[in-house]
Design a protein around this ligand. Structure first.
Ligand code: CMC
Length: 438
């Protein structure tokens, strides 16, 4: 045992990483806990007494665990995704999106009574303040709905100033319920604004997914009745997107939340992160790519451009999954059910051909590139009638419970503080300005 172990005040009963600093010849034993060393343990490794201490350099956090989490487990090599221990394959066929949200937030699936109360609670909070409509009206007619969603999520914080009491459990629960309940309303209002349609109000008699479809599509009929197959398909898609551990938007939620800002502002930051084409914006890009390819015979030429490095194949590849994305497997089954109702999306043939060629191609095999959840979700959404710009918005609705569960967990974790990474300064050394002071 070396001095740092005592300094850190942690037991060193387990494994250690033995390192020798070639600059000084000194050796250190860094305790290994849960397969990780503490980055702060590196600080004691100094070239001289004045030295700040060793940093770990990890752009894009490729190999840095930023938290301990009990919410979602992913094994990227095996293609495993579990929420609170339950495989995604089970949840997709045996649960509902709201029950999954409850599971993510509370650690257990709800009982029948708890499920009923939870659904009622969410349904009760689906309305937004009438001023939100005026706010959305201010956007240009062709504003991207994701831009409207990001802004209106942030705007919600001004309606609920009590949300600043983030350590008050009652207040915290209120905002969690409001965010899950209101995000479909904001999303549907963003769409209706773009279409020049009057806003359709929530219907508390419908399921979470059914009500969203109502707010999207209701026209002159006195009561909107969602198609049960499409309602169920949407519910499954929301489950598949509900959480994915420390991805870009969830990290944004945690990092921004660590400043102790209210959850609406943190959720707006998370939604902004999701908007990017490498994250939740990918499903939109997949459809744009399929339209650009246009026909099956043009697939090989497109693959050639991808392999030359000119383009990325959108909907392929994942930072974590390196064999297959289990969500993509489930989604293909959902696609079949949806197409039975809507008719086959002509984009599907191009997508299947892209997948067939890519999966057999040396470039994609060696780079471990497989279809991810977004490769097929967009094709389903389009068949269901959603415009392409709404795809990342749908992702955001699904991801909201995950963001909130991760935000709650981060807030309750005594090891967390305000997030504040280090940098390696590579700029100019000290420079002085000449001439008289103004
Ligand atoms: N098409 C072609 N080549 C690719 C692709 C792709 N989609 N993705 C990665 N590569 C190549 C990349 O060029 C690099 O090659 P090389 O080593 O020869 O330079 C190598 O694979 C590693 O790429 P990377 O960018 O270092 O990998 P990453 O783990 O940082 O990126 C990713 C993960 C998802 C951002 C990336 O695969 C990508 O851009 N995919 C397309 C966008 C997409 O579908 N995103 C949705 C992800 S799933 C939903 C979500 O969770 O948000």
């Amino acid at each position: 045992m070396t001095e740092h172990t005592e300094q850190a005040g942690r037991a060193s009963s387990g494994d250690v990483l033995h390192v020798t600093d070639s600059r000084t010849g000194r050796s250190y034993d860094l305790p290994i806990t849960d397969g990780a060393i503490w980055a702060l343990d590196l600080r004691q490794i100094k070239a001289s007494d004045e030295d700040f201490g060793l940093l770990s350099y990890d752009p894009a956090f490729l190999n840095t665990a930023s938290c301990r989490s009990a919410i979602t487990y992913i094994d990227g090599d095996e293609g495993i995704l579990r929420y609170r221990g339950y495989p995604i394959e089970d949840l997709a066929v045996r649960s509902s999106f709201l029950d999954v949200a409850y599971l993510l937030l509370n650690g257990e699936l709800p009982t029948k009574d708890e499920s009923f109360t939870w659904e009622q609670e969410i349904a009760h909070h689906t309305y937004v303040h009438e001023n939100i409509k005026k706010f959305i009206d201010g956007f240009h007619h062709d504003a991207h709905p994701m831009g409207i969603l990001v802004s209106s999520l942030a705007a919600l914080s001004t309606f609920y100033p009590e949300a600043k009491a983030i350590s008050d459990h009652v207040r915290q629960h209120e905002q969690v319920v409001r965010l899950i309940a209101k995000v479909p309303t904001l999303a549907a209002f963003a769409y209706r604004h773009a279409m020049g349609l009057p806003y359709a109000y929530p219907d508390a008699e419908l399921s979470y997914a059914g009500n969203f479809l109502n707010m999207m599509w209701k026209m002159t009929e006195p009561r909107f009745r969602p198609n049960p197959v499409l309602e169920h398909a949407l519910d499954v898609l929301l489950i598949l997107h509900a959480d994915h551990e420390q991805n870009c938007s969830t990290s944004a939620m945690r990092v921004v939340g660590s400043s102790q800002v209210d959850p609406y502002s943190a959720a707006a930051a998370a939604a902004a992160a999701l908007y990017g084409p490498l994250h939740g914006g990918a499903n939109e890009q997949v459809l744009r790519m399929l339209s650009e390819i246009g026909s099956v015979d043009r697939v090989p030429a497109y693959i050639k451009r991808v392999k030359s490095g000119e383009l990325r194949l959108m909907g392929f590849g994942h930072r974590v999954y390196k064999n297959f994305d289990p969500r993509a497997t489930i989604i293909k089954k959902v696609a079949d059910e949806v197409f039975e109702v809507t008719g086959r999306n002509p984009m599907l043939d191009i997508a299947l051909e892209l997948e067939r060629i890519a999966l057999a191609d040396e470039y994609f095999i060696t780079h471990k590139l497989y279809p991810n959840v977004d490769f097929y979700s967009g094709i389903i959404y389009q068949a269901m009638g959603f415009p392409v710009a709404m795809f990342p918005v749908l992702f955001a609705i699904g991801r909201m419970p995950g963001w909130l569960a991760q935000w709650q967990e981060g807030g309750a974790d005594p090891e967390q503080k305000i997030s504040r990474p280090r940098q390696i300064y590579v700029g100019e050394p000290l420079r002085r300005m000449n001439g008289p002071a103004t």
